[in-house]
Write a protein that binds this ligand. Structure first.
Ligand code: SF4
Length: 457
């Protein structure tokens, strides 16, 4: 019982987080930056911060993550990091020659008050940025928000690269949010099937789920190109998938370049995927292709075949807001009961949205934004569940409480597959359902008496 000290009694806490359900902003900024082709993420702070950001991503994606750092020491901490940043820009373009350096701040550089836009201007004025090379930046203090906020801030910086020509490109921008590289691939497969030309950004497919070829490439083949980002200002619209991860960037394109945007839920599960497909169909002005209707039908078939094992099962969920909203809706649509839902990311509108989705479930729902894993565990102790869905940190709770558990979200540090198999769209819904049913039926097989132990389920 590794968490044996977690008490059942819940005490009101206002200034203490125990086992956070989030990580630091720059990790999200770094993940988003890796979705630009030829981009080197740069951490403006100490080497320790950068090492942590890189290792957090490498542990989840099982791929090398290259990033540079301003290497703050005592001097930069006192006098500011401008000199380090300017030197870093010079060194990076000289040694590695990326197309883009995507700079994010850290707690330390934010506390000092370093002004990144001003430092970027100075670097350009001093000729440290070669022709055809770019600097983008995001402010990512980790004492506010979460990794999701950092991701959103960097995606907004990417939207800032748009350079409209005034001539429409006939494409639709899709901002997928923080999903797996495999999910980004799946979104591209779906849009191609429907016949919508897209600019997907960021796009980490081919960057963080590449093959082992025996040859190290500092800048892998994948990623949204600079030309695509520049062209995003000429697109006919933007679909932002997720209020927390993607909406700010979409609204920025709308505000700056009059590219109209719609904010949708991430397409996890049946209903959210229906809305995504419908939005694509409307934009393309086409009927839904037979292949897509076929995939939807397969998901519906699987739900109806196995409904008896899903009905009424209580679920506890922890993760990021955009994913949790779609997952909660998916579970409710299958007559499951998500009753404990925690995200570490702030935002009271998350709680409101979950309450709306679960309002007809006929039972109490615990939901908290800016919550932690300690509270999540206490809720489970007070009202046990049949299933936990969340990141790797849930394994301690699942083991102590002996509850079936599906790994989903970020980070997953102890399993493989999330980079390669999508969970978005109808096909992704089938995979999610397979994983859920797998653990529920394994538990049934384990616990059934000999007389109830069945060959066919
Ligand atoms: S100091 Fe701040 S930015 Fe650096 S690793 Fe810690 S939380 Fe993240």
């Amino acid at each position: 019982m590794l968490l044996r000290h977690t008490p059942k009694e819940i005490t009101e806490r206002t200034a203490l987080t125990i086992n956070p359900a989030k990580t630091c902003q720059p990790i999200g900024a770094m993940y988003a930056a890796l979705g630009i082709h030829g981009c080197l993420p740069h951490s403006h702070g100490s080497q320790g911060c950068c090492a942590y950001h890189r290792s957090a991503l490498t542990r989840h994606y099982k791929e090398p993550v290259s990033a540079s750092t301003s290497s703050f020491t005592e001097g930069a901490s006192v006098f500011g990091g401008q000199a380090n940043m300017l030197q870093a820009i010079n060194n990076i373009f000289t040694v590695y020659n990326p197309e883009v350096i995507a700079i994010h701040t850290t707690c330390l550089s934010e506390t000092i008050g370093d002004d990144l836009p001003q430092i970027k201007k100075k670097a350009v004025a001093e000729g440290k940025v070669p022709e055809g090379r770019y600097l983008i930046s995001a402010s990512t203090p980790s004492y506010a928000g979460s990794h999701v906020t950092g991701f959103s801030n960097m995606v907004k910086a990417m939207a800032g690269m748009a350079e409209p020509t005034g001539k429409k490109n006939g494409k639709v921008n899709i901002i997928p949010g923080w999903v797996e590289p495999a999910d980004m691939e799946e979104i591209k497969r779906i849009t191609a099937m429907i016949g919508v030309k897209t600019i997907l950004f960021p796009d980490t497919s081919g960057v963080l789920n590449g093959p082992l070829s025996g040859e190290y490439k500092m800048f892998p083949e994948g990623g949204t190109t600079v030309a695509e980002l520049q062209s995003s200002g000429d697109s006919k619209g933007t679909l932002a998938l997720g209020e927390w991860c993607s909406a700010d960037a979409a609204r920025e394109l709308d505000k700056q370049h009059k590219v109209p945007c719609s904010v949708l839920d991430m397409p996890f599960g049946l209903k959210a995927t229906d809305r995504f497909i419908d939005a694509l169909r409307t934009i393309a002005g086409v009927s839904i292709p037979e292949e897509i209707a076929h995939e939807r039908g397969q998901l519906v078939d699987m739900i109806s075949d196995m409904h008896q094992y899903l009905y009424g099962k209580k679920v506890a969920l922890v993760g990021d807001p955009d994913q949790l909203i779609a997952m909660t809706e998916f579970l409710v649509s299958m007559d499951m009961k998500p009753i404990h839902i925690v995200t570490g990311t702030p935002g009271k509108k998350f709680e409101k949205r979950i309450k709306e989705i679960t309002k007809d479930m006929g039972c109490e729902v615990n939901v908290k934004a800016q919550g932690d894993m300690f509270l999540f565990h206490q809720w489970i102790k007070n009202e046990p569940v049949d299933l936990i869905i969340g990141n790797t940190y849930c394994k301690y709770i699942a083991r102590d409480e002996d509850i079936p558990y599906v790994r989903w979200g970020f980070p997953i540090l102890d399993r493989q597959g999330h980079q390669y198999f999508p969970t978005v769209g109808y096909k992704g819904g089938i995979r999610l359902l397979e994983k859920i049913l797998g653990v529920l039926l394994d538990r049934k097989d384990r616990d059934d008496t000999e007389s109830k132990f069945e060959l066919v389920l």
